[in-house]
Design a binder for this molecule. Structure first.
Ligand code: FAD
Length: 471
């Protein structure tokens, strides 16, 4: 039998694409290599703790995130950020510096030098300068807001969103297109923001939520709605075009035929599956790096931690020379993350800043995180819970030239009708953005199935500034 669509990859991107297609009456199969669905989204319950080994937050300002929660009838299990969040923290000279949440937080705090704060204000009048071809975030922010802001605020923020990515390596137009557009239109980002606010225009941002059972609730509910369309333990070895569509080789498990294919894997897997099918897309996918990352979850008795933990967590600028990129105060963020009388913390280690650390054995990573937490939040004694998740392939890095790569990947179906790609390397790594791309992918696949033509899918330009700690 030839299926309408075969979706390769049972992470959020693959599950959501398949969900939208099945909802519209198409016959789909989702093939997932692992026994477990959800890809990066792993929420583990143990001894009263709820550990997020991958994503921990959803951005409610991306419509696709709310829509799917409502459609799947899991709104009653949603939880918003806890009331205990008063500050954002950055490490400054070896200690946490609390910066009040709100637009003027950085101007009011001593985290930046008085000169750096004046330089931020001067952005309003600062001449345009000469942006390079595809400028990096570091170059853009240094040019507009000064070196100190770029290195001590933007670099750690980018590391938090892009799995330890460095502002010096990432393309500002790929990840913060709005900043570039505001400078181009108004000559100043600050002036642009003021204009947009006055006109009632929305700025990208984030409002974070999760579900009581963690982010895996989304994958589990999507999987339930897909029922017997899901096949776990099914590793796709090869895709071959045939007359009516494509054949998918599952090794000793046989093969499947589909009129269309959605490759919803990580970019490096797309790069392995596409040669011979679409060499141009394979070459583009191969250029997307995803440095390794490790997440260390530690649970302590409340009395063992001195700090009030009254924030989302903290970020560290590279110049601070810490071993961790940042941390989340998980039990402050959402309810039910730690048993009564306990707190939960997660440390993010590695990324492009220090990939070698992400590869350390679990015991070393736990020691490293404990030392950092002892130093920064006064966490003493033995943790009652310690878990490590290694991500040998972390998050895709949107480096200069990324938009050109995406233009090639977005048009795969024009060169190979019926072949589509979806995932976290198109419009942003957040789960919410993956859901948005999945919606668009499903529409394009539907166009192909119904008219024999893929609707041109535009995934670019949806970058969301996502103020979260941790990647
Ligand atoms: C540590 C960490 C923290 C994060 N924090 C956040 C956060 O707080 N908020 C947020 O919004 N986002 C966060 N993200 C990003 C977000 O989780 C991911 O970008 C998103 O989940 C990616 O989903 P995906 O389905 O595109 O890819 P994946 O989750 O990588 O899924 C791809 C799937 O394809 C499968 N696969 C691969 N090869 C094959 C094959 N040959 N055959 C069959 N199946 C195959 C894989 O097993 C996998 O299940 C975080 C990510 C990480 C790693």
């Amino acid at each position: 039998m030839t299926l309408d669509t075969i979706v390769i990859g049972g992470g959020v991107s693959g599950l959501a694409t398949a969900y939208h297609l099945k909802k519209r009456g198409h016959q789909v199969a989702v093939l997932e290599r692992q026994a477990r669905l959800g890809g990066n989204a792993i929420s583990e319950h143990r001894d009263g703790f709820l550990m997020e080994h991958g994503p921990s937050t959803m951005n409610a300002l991306v419509p696709a995130a709310n829509e799917i929660s409502t459609e799947l009838a899991i709104d009653d299990r949603r939880c918003d950020l806890g009331d205990g969040i008063q500050n954002r923290y950055l490490v400054s000279n070896g200690a946490l510096s609390g910066i009040s949440i709100g637009a003027l937080g950085f101007l009011r705090s001593n985290y930046l030098s008085p000169l750096a704060r004046l330089r931020i204000l001067a952005e309003l009048f600062w001449p345009h300068g000469s942006p390079g071809e595809d400028e990096t975030v570091l170059s853009f922010c240094t040019r507009r807001f000064g070196k100190e802001f770029a290195e001590r605020v933007m670099d750690p923020m980018v590391a938090g969103i892009y799995g330890g990515g460095r502002a010096a390596d990432l393309s500002v137009s790929a990840i913060f297109p709005m900043l570039v557009a505001l400078e181009a239109k108004y000559g100043s980002v600050t002036l642009g923001i003021m204009h947009r606010r006055r006109e009632g225009g929305k700025m990208p941002g984030s409002r974070l939520f999760s579900w009581q059972g963690g982010i895996a609730t989304l994958a589990q509910t999507l999987a339930r709605s897909l029922g017997d369309s899901i096949h776990t333990g099914a590793t796709v070895r090869r895709i071959t075009p045939d007359g009516a569509g494509f054949a998918v080789d599952l090794g000793s498990a046989g093969s499947l035929q589909g009129k269309s294919i959605v490759v919803a894997t990580q970019a490096h897997v797309a790069a392995q599956l596409l040669p011979g099918v679409d060499d141009q897309a394979a070459a583009a996918a191969e250029q997307i790096a995803a440095p390794p990352l490790a997440v260390v979850f530690l649970g302590f008795a409340r009395s063992a931690v001195e700090h009030p933990l009254d924030g989302l967590g903290f970020l560290t600028a590279a110049a601070e020379g810490r071993n961790i990129l940042g941390a989340q105060f998980c039990s402050t963020m959402f309810p039910g993350r730690a048993p009564k009388g306990h707190v939960a913390l997660s440390a993010y280690i590695g990324g492009a800043r220090s990939p070698e650390l992400a590869r350390l054995p679990s015991a070393d990573l736990i020691d490293l995180a404990r030392d950092e937490f002892k130093d920064l939040v006064g966490a003493r004694g033995e943790p009652v819970m310690a878990q490590v998740r290694h991500w040998p392939i972390g998050l895709p890095q949107y480096r200069p030239g990324h938009k050109r790569l995406i233009a090639e990947l977005d048009t795969t179906h024009e060169r190979q009708p019926g072949l589509f790609l979806s995932g976290n390397y198109f419009a942003g790594p957040s789960v919410a953005t993956c859901l948005s791309v999945a919606q668009k992918t499903a529409l394009a696949v539907q166009g192909h199935l119904e008219n024999g033509q893929g609707i041109t899918r535009q995934t670019q330009g949806g970058g969301h500034i996502h103020h979260q700690n941790g990647p």
